[in-house]
Design a binder for this molecule. Structure first.
Ligand code: NAP
Length: 246
């Protein structure tokens, strides 16, 4: 098992990619903190983990709330005594063309996708520094690398996460903490369920592998970066997009 005796916090683990990753990490031996604002989704993830014989618990977390982020770390330390992995996976999109985007849409997406990552990272960093070891993975996007029409807020956050990842890799590497990012292409989850079929078909057509990604494709990338197999990987942005160019 690749994550035996490790403790992982995964934000946004009540749905989609985060859920798949939480279940996979538990199968690989990790104790998993399923952190999500969505209580029902989070509890369902924990049930799946337990049904597979794994260990984990749900923590109701809004990543924009700094106190909740600190309490999540405190609760995890009380229960498991260490934190090896943080996956900053929670994220939302609120799409509109720039001329029509509201200030609320801009602020909400920045607050969750960018500040939320800062909040959770800052909350765990002291624990990881004291351990002299840790792995942090930030969920960027192909859209953060290339941009996408209608996603000026979202793409700004996902590009911002690449800058954060590279900076944190430099700041924290000497403390034994690796920080990397994954940049998914189009993945079949509730987030993309609202995208018109025509657009999804076009994305499939543009993808050399001729399919959308599955949550498991991203969970496998998180697993690699979180595991000791990636012990010399730091500051990387791993594209997991089937070769799609947008
Ligand atoms: P998803 O199925 O919508 O799951 C996201 C989860 O995050 C949901 O459970 C959501 O709860 C939760 N969440 C939302 N706001 C939160 C907050 N403030 N605090 C804590 N949790 C919150 O999305 P996904 O497709 O798995 O996406 C996971 C990550 O991958 C995101 O960062 C996304 O930007 C990124 N990504 C996705 C794709 C794709 O094609 N799907 C591509 C590139 C990158 P609610 O359901 O209650 O909102």
């Amino acid at each position: 098992m690749k994550l035996e005796n490790k403790v992982a916090i995964i934000t946004g683990a009540g749905s989609g990619i985060g859920r798949e990753s939480a279940i996979l990490f538990a199968k690989e031996g990790a104790k998993v903190v399923v952190a999500d604002v969505n209580e029902k989704g989070g509890e369902e993830t924990v049930t799946s983990i337990k049904n597979n014989g794994g260990d984990g618990f749900f923590f109701k977390l809004d990543v924009t709330n700094r106190e909740q982020s600190k309490n999540m770390v405190k609760t995890t330390m009380e229960k498991y005594g260490r934190i090896d992995i943080l996956i900053n996976n929670a994220g939302i999109n609120q799409d509109a063309l720039v001329a029509k985007m509201t200030e609320e849409q801009w602020d909400r997406v920045i607050d969750i996708n960018l500040k939320g990552v800062f909040n959770c990272t800052q909350a765990v960093v002291e624990v990881m520094i004291n351990q002299g070891k840790g792995a942090i993975i930030n969920t960027s996007s192909i859209v953060g690398v290339n941009g996408n029409v209608g996603q000026v807020n979202y793409s700004a956050t996902k590009a911002g996460l690449i800058g954060m990842t590279k900076t944190l890799a430099k700041e924290l590497g000497r403390k034994g903490i690796r920080v990397n990012a994954v940049a998914p292409g189009f993945i079949a989850t509730p987030m993309t369920a609202g995208v018109p079929d025509k657009i999804l078909e076009m994305m499939k057509e543009k993808t050399p592998l001729k399919r959308l990604g599955e949550p498991r494709d991203i969970a496998n990338a998180y697993l690699y970066l979180a595991s000791d197999e990636a012990n010399f990987v730091n500051g990387a942005v791993l594209a997991v997009d089937g070769g799609l160019v947008i």
